[in-house]
Design a protein around this ligand. Structure first.
Ligand code: ADP
Ligand code: MG
Length: 649
């Protein structure tokens, strides 16, 4: 009957060793993973005093027979693997057989468990690792584990615990993310005073995001799915004569495929840290630098380099492709095909961003500013001077906070002396004193609003004029648009330069007089690293004396007077990068820099045909919504918002 066994010493020694019980959240993580591994569809967690006083987790999973329940508290006792080979393809969240004994040794633990086949179950009580009660009892099927007084016998560790609210917010974040990963299961998390999370089963991931975070967050996220078949890279293949065996067409087992689904945020969402990036690999929440890097790459030239998106990614791949036995907390993994994985994530995220072409909405853009808070983490935000709305841990503070204060933005002066502040659209929309109720409210011809995930279209934009010779005002069926003429042109040029560079057809111009630049030794070193790339981008540069260079040819479109500034800026930017020089990045930087210096400026009058040309060119770009430095290019005031503001809907 029993399923649990103690691993042999040889196998146990192969497992990444170390303590996993650091804080209440790590206890919850281990117990939650056990409940999920036990096939539960309903998991309820009760917390008191941030988990310091009580952690109780009740599931309706497979339960344990009495002998197993006793064995579960032995070190290296597990039902999830037997031999060292199993370590190569782990499909459960647990496998070390160490969590229960570790937790039991530093707390007062009570286990109640029953399998569906048995009439009665087992109760075990353990104090600081010593079993003092084992009895048969009538308990529900499934397992309930109650942990009281965590670290009561290890005061040194107890001292390191953070405030109760901090510990609770870590637990809440963890449970929330497991709930997101398993929309088909029922999750509940209660503190002594609050129902922190109650999430009954729903039919899919979208529904789950909506259920936990609400519509606003869902609207700010772009859904993503992608699949890529794997190849037999590096896997030992049977020799050809063996492959012919059987019914003749048996080749090596199908290597399977990589799958990803989840959500990535639109560019107007900007976070100051990575706390809102959540990546699951085969259902396991992990932190992985490779995946983080792939995400940063995907957002390159869409988000400014110092801010981060909100990401929820679920990666699925054959268990043999990923090694989870790297770190005792099981939050690190190693992918067998590192580069394939990296590029797959980067390309899938990038493709989703390109497809959605998310255009900052007038109001959301105005409300958006980088926030330091971990948006998808209930309550785990840093105190923000501008955000007094947040109580220490409100029950449903799961929102991707639309920050309260508008960005301290510039004032735009419309001719005629009306000044419109950043949040004007918001206050207009809420202004109640508009005359309505008469017969003059004629319905406006219905224009189909684009569905939320459909790409708003820049096509058919008709320019009306400029605001202060800097921003183009344009309309189409979708509403009113404001386009920053400088960054719009920058985006157009940036993509054109990259394309020309790839096709080796860069346009350049001879300078009337060679331009002499003096370089410091550090700049010289950098310069020699990127000089080939500069040449590929239309520069012709020769050494001139020991410390100087002479520029004879520069990229077309850049004013000769700007070339010097541009090169110094470029060297500066590259010097600031903390990582080794990456040629692809350098290429993008050079293109962005040329684009910036060649683009039309603000405060420049544009004739109608120039504006039309610019908008048409912008519509053709891959990524018309943000400039290569990540700033927004266009704002849209949708037909719906306009109608709402005029109280027509
Ligand atoms: P691991 O999860 O690495 O196997 P644990 O110490 O967490 O090690 O658990 C030991 C064993 O106890 C598990 O392998 C599993 O068989 C059993 N177990 C633990 N929690 C549960 C649960 N909630 N429901 C059913 N069985 C459980
Ligand atoms: Mg476990």
């Amino acid at each position: 009957m029993g399923r649990i066994h103690v691993l042999s010493e040889a196998v146990a020694n192969k497992i990444a060793a170390g303590e996993v019980v650091e804080r209440p959240a790590s206890v919850v993580k281990e117990l939650l993973e056990n409940s999920l591994d036990a096939g539960s569809s309903r998991i309820k967690i009760q917390i008191e005093a941030g988990g310091k006083k009580l952690i109780q987790i009740t599931d309706n999973g497979c339960g344990m027979v009495r002998d197993d329940a006793m064995l579960a508290f032995e070190r290296h006792a597990t039902s999830k693997m037997k031999n060292a080979e199993d370590l190569l393809s782990i499909s459960t969240l647990g496998f070390r057989g160490e969590a229960l004994p570790s937790i039991a040794s530093v707390s007062r633990l009570r286990l109640e468990t029953r399998t569906p086949e048995e009439a009665s179950g087992t109760v075990i009580e353990i104090n600081g690792g010593k079993i003092f009660k084992v009895e048969e009892a009538g308990v529900p099927t499934g397992t309930s584990i109650t942990i009281r007084d965590l670290f009561f016998n290890t005061p040194a560790r107890k001292k390191f615990l953070k405030a109760e609210s901090t510990e609770l917010s870590h637990i809440a974040s963890l449970v929330t993310h497991y709930a997101l990963a398993h929309p088909d299961k029922h999750f509940e998390l209660h503190s002594a005073t609050n129902a922190v999370l109650v999430a009954p089963p729903v039919s899919g991931y979208n529904e789950r995001v909506y259920q936990i975070f609400g519509k606003e967050v869902l609207d700010q996220m772009i859904p993503l799915t992608a699949v890529q078949p794997l190849e037999h890279v590096g896997l030992p293949q049977p020799p050809p004569w063996r492959r012919q065996e059987g019914n003749g067409n048996e080749t090596a087992a199908d290597p399977g495929e990589l799958r990803v689904h989840g959500f990535v945020s639109k560019p107007e969402i900007q976070k100051l840290n990575r706390n809102s990036i959540y990546v699951f690999v085969n259902g396991r929440l992990i932190h992985d630098r490779l995946i983080h890097h792939a995400i940063t790459e995907a957002y390159r030239n869409i988000l400014p380099p110092t801010v981060y998106p909100v990401i929820l990614l679920f990666l699925e791949l054959p268990a043999e492709e990923v090694d989870v036995n790297v770190h005792p907390s099981k939050t690190e993994v190693r992918f067998r095909q590192n580069t394939v994985m990296h590029d797959f994530v980067r390309d899938s995220v990038r493709a989703a961003l390109m497809k959605a072409r998310p255009v900052p909405h007038f109001i959301t853009e105005i409300a958006a500013r980088p926030t330091a808070s971990a948006s998808l983490t209930p309550g785990a935000h840093m105190p923000e001077p501008h955000a007094p709305l947040y109580a220490p841990l409100p029950a449903h503070d799961f929102t991707l906070q639309a920050p309260v204060a508008p960005v301290a933005s510039e004032r735009f002066y419309f001719s005629g002396g009306i000044s419109v502040e950043g949040n004007a659209a918001v206050s207009l929309a809420r202004e109640p004193s508009v005359v309505t109720g008469d017969n003059c409210t004629q319905a406006i011809a219905e224009v189909p609003e684009p569905a939320n995930d459909a790409a708003p279209s820049l096509a058919m934009l008709k320019p009306l004029g400029q605001i202060r010779e800097s921003f183009i005002l344009a309309v189409n069926d979708e509403g009113l648009w404001i386009i920053d003429q400088h960054v719009a042109h920058e985006r157009v040029l940036f993509e054109r330069i990259l394309k020309q560079r790839t096709a080796k057809m860069v346009e350049s111009q001879h300078l009337l007089m060679p331009l002499l630049l003096e370089l410091t030794p550090a700049q010289q070193a950098l310069f020699s690293e990127i000089s080939d790339e500069l040449a590929n981008n239309g520069f012709e540069v020769e050494p001139f004396g020991t410390r100087s260079i002479a520029i004879k040819v520069a990229p077309a479109g850049v004013d000769a007077s700007q070339v010097e500034k541009m090169l110094y800026e470029l060297l500066d930017q590259i010097a600031k990068e903390d990582q080794a020089i990456n040629m692809e990045k350098v290429r993008a930087r050079i293109a962005a820099s040329i684009a910036c210096h060649a683009a039309i400026k603000v405060n420049m009058p544009l004739e109608q045909n120039k504006m039309e040309w610019l908008l048409a060119e912008l519509a053709k770009t891959d990524c018309p919504m943000t400039c290569p430095h990540g700033r927004p290019v266009v704002l849209r005031y949708s037909m719906k918002d306009i109608q709402k503001a005029f109280k027509r809907i």
